[in-house]
Design a protein around this ligand. Structure first.
Ligand code: KG4
Ligand code: ZN
Length: 344
């Protein structure tokens, strides 16, 4: 008997619903993005995001069921992101999932968003044995995590200030190339000279697996400011390429250190910045040169989506770790908090 899990994701600015079979096969993955609305404000406006989720969540769920050629009666469990994220946005998905679980008397499964990003790697042909390492690079998180099992995580390093996606977005805003900045910087970087500017790399100290991106962000903003003051022309692709090179050097080197320190030769990349072409190429090269394996989610599953949430829920389905109907949004829920809550 196969298991169909309906996933719901509303933690930020994407309203998404998906149906995933047996934790690995995506039957549908509908994503209604609000990027065009938030772009005019230069970033996500939490109140606007929550209201849009209210409008979108039921149509998106219906579309997901229709695209999977099933009805709610065929769904075995409903899984929802309950943190971390914008609390008003999370609440919309959590309320919708609780209503479905109650009305259909099916289990409710609460999923942590980053566990979802990691699980996006399982929605491919590839199968992973544990332990493995996860390089989490999203708009809100930058972490190196040791994954013992899908319910056992240990942090090896994390950012001390900005997340890497946040640095991409803030630098893009200072160059005046819009929101979200990551994909635009990625494209521009291909046409620029990565050595045009020597931006700082925050190693912190050799072997340390923590990250820091706020110094780099300030260095880019200061360099642009000085050039503007001197009336110099700014070659935007060179700024993008030099910034991206500084980010990638640190991400790649710290991943190599994590492999060396743990002796675990398998890395999965998770989160929106996993879509970055430069990161994909450089980590692949590092993996070949340093004898480890690296995998990335398919491009369409790097940024927020509900298929990854349904995939992350599957081990909880198998072990019957269901949430109660009083599940609440938890804006700051960490992987470790979630793991503890699930194991109680
Ligand atoms: O994982 P995600 O969808 O949302 C969070 O959970 O935070 O990640 C969104 C982030 C944004 O900061 C966006 O600029 C970045 O991922 N991003 C990229 C690329 N595509 C999305 N950053 C660099 N290169 C890309 N191609
Ligand atoms: Zn995300």
């Amino acid at each position: 008997m196969s298991t169909l899990i309906l996933g719901i994701e509303t933690s930020c600015d994407e309203t998404s619903a998906a149906v995933v079979k047996d934790g690995t096969e995506v039957l549908s993955n509908i994503i209604s993005s609000q990027i065009d609305i938030h772009r005019q404000f230069g970033g996500v406006v939490p109140e606007v995001a929550a209201r849009r989720h209210v409008q979108n969540v039921l149509p998106v769920i219906e579309e997901s069921l229709t695209a999977s050629a099933i009805t709610l009666a065929d769904v075995d469990a409903v899984a929802v992101t309950y943190g971390p994220g914008l609390v008003g946005a999370l609440l919309v998905g959590v309320a919708a999932a609780k209503c479905i679980a109650f009305a259909k008397s099916i289990p409710l499964i609460g999923v942590q968003h980053i566990a979802g990003h990691i699980a996006a790697n399982f929605l491919t042909e590839q199968r992973f044995s544990t332990p493995f390492l996860a390089l989490v690079v999203s708009g809100g998180h930058t972490e190196l995590v040791r994954v013992e099992s899908l319910m056992q995580y240990t942090f090896l390093g994390r950012t001390r200030d900005d997340a890497v996606g946040e640095a991409f977005d803030k630098v893009a805003r200072s160059i005046g190339i819009g929101y979200p900045g990551g994909p635009v910087i990625d494209r521009l970087a291909e046409q620029g000279n990565p050595e045009a500017y020597s931006f700082p790399r925050a190693w912190i100290e050799r072997g340390n697996l923590d990250f820091s991106f706020s110094g780099l962000k300030s260095a880019v903003i200061n360099a642009l400011h000085h050039q503007r003051q001197k009336g110099e022309d700014i070659r935007v692709p060179d700024v993008a390429a030099s910034f991206q090179a500084a980010v990638l050097d640190v991400l790649v080197q710290k991943t190599i250190w994590a492999v060396e320190q743990t002796g675990i030769p398998r890395v999965v990349v998770a989160g929106g910045v996993a879509a970055n072409q430069g990161l994909r190429t450089q980590l692949q090269q590092a993996a070949e040169q340093n004898s480890f394996q690296v995998s990335f989610p398919p491009l369409s599953l790097c940024t927020d989506n509900a298929a990854m949430i349904a995939a992350a829920a599957y081990p909880l389905w198998e072990t019957k770790k269901f949430a109660k109907l009083d599940l609440n949004a938890a804006a700051n829920l960490s992987l470790v908090d979630w793991m503890t809550a699930c194991l109680i």
